[in-house]
Write a protein that binds this ligand. Sequence first.
Ligand SMILES: Cc1cc2nc3c(=O)[nH]c(=O)nc-3n(C[C@H](O)[C@H](O)[C@H](O)COP(=O)(O)OP(=O)(O)OC[C@H]3O[C@@H](n4cnc5c(N)ncnc54)[C@H](O)[C@@H]3O)c2cc1C
Length: 406
Amino acid sequence: LYKVATAALSPANICSPIRTILRGQKNCQVVMAEISGIDVTNQRLFAEGGYVTYDYLILAAGATHSYFGHDEWATIAPGLKSIEDATELRRRILLAFESAEYEGSEEARRAALTFGIVGAGPTGVELAGAIKEIAGFTLPRDYRHIDTRTTRVIIFEGADRVLPPFPPKLSARAHRDLERMGVEVRLKSIVTNITPEGIYVGDEFTPVRNVFWAAGVRANPLGQSLGVELDRAGRVIVGEDLTIPGRPNVFIAGDLAAATSADTGQPVPGVAQGGIQMGRYAGRTIAAETAGRSTPAQRKPFVYRDKGSMAVIGKAKAVAHIGRFQLGGFLAWLLWGGIHIAFLIGFRNRFFVLLVWFWNWLLNSRDARLITGAARLDIAVPRPAEFIRYEAATIETDCSSRNEKH
Ligand SMILES: Cc1cc2nc3c(=O)[nH]c(=O)nc-3n(C[C@H](O)[C@H](O)[C@H](O)COP(=O)(O)OP(=O)(O)OC[C@H]3O[C@@H](n4cnc5c(N)ncnc54)[C@H](O)[C@@H]3O)c2cc1C
């Protein structure tokens, strides 16, 4: 997603229709519908205009952003959870440079070229590095009035280190890499307010025109309609067979589940592997029981196999924590790329992404620089019209040098 948000990949490169993924599975039907509620007593799912009954249910509706009670920040500081979010971020990043090109004052230009990212988890770190790279290597030759290399990227993180879930050594490595790329890292900085003009950490104000949210995650509200206990992030607290209390036919999987691994007692992290492994466990359990090979009483508890964590910071810069191994730099970056490509769905996507990444790596290019949606930043700070300059004189000079009359 963040590669789409920073114009390195097109949305089609990372997606595949669910119908196509499941077309070989003849006993599976795909219905495009938004589930609005669940009645576990009568075993019904409600969608617009009707309902569906079930014998077993696997609920895996994922998570969304949490603005910690400040939902009004959402329009100023969008997060990155879906393809729509990614194209919106791409629009805002590219428009920032467009608007900076014609700002009338140095102050306004500086503001337009300042990006703030709230949260230094993998998403925040990846976004910060990518914006710095696009500004430093991809764009400089495309603009006439601004030096995109002067772009500021500031990360605000409440904890005392970046990538808090990683071992401290890798956090330190990522911090160093970010600073070497010119990203400003502000630790122990809990954002208390976000306005179109900038970010407040307590009384300290930083003028930032473009803010992206990578801080909080909240489970999908669908979990609330189950009528069972939720944790602080709204995730459904499940038993060791991933079902809810008193309903052995209702499984919760992925980011929506607050599950623990039976062997370690540790919470299952909200990552893709957690979702994949829970989904497999629930699917196999249901298949065995409907085939009469097992019963709910014979279920083995769910065990999560931690396959490691990775975060990419920039070109040839990443960190990886796999079992006892802690890696940083080029090797971690190669591993990160390889694994992300391997887990894409469809040979075509894997092949194209590999090709595009190689091309981008070679030429520092970002070829998906499409501005979709409105061509103006709707949250732009209001300024008097005369502040915006269209440098006619400069344009004329450029044209006359090619002997053209304008
Ligand atoms: C920017 C970003 C980067 C990430 N990077 C990594 C990474 O590098 N490695 C990693 O392991 N994890 C990563 N993650 C986390 C990973 O994507 C999630 O843990 C994983 O997608 C969770 O899977 P899920 O099936 O629970 O939910 P999702 O993948 O969110 O799927 C939920 C689905 O349910 C659908 N849905 C929601 N509500 C309804 C409804 N009411 N009716 C019908 N359908 C509904 C949604 O449209 C969606 O398709 C990243 C996440 C983000 C946002």
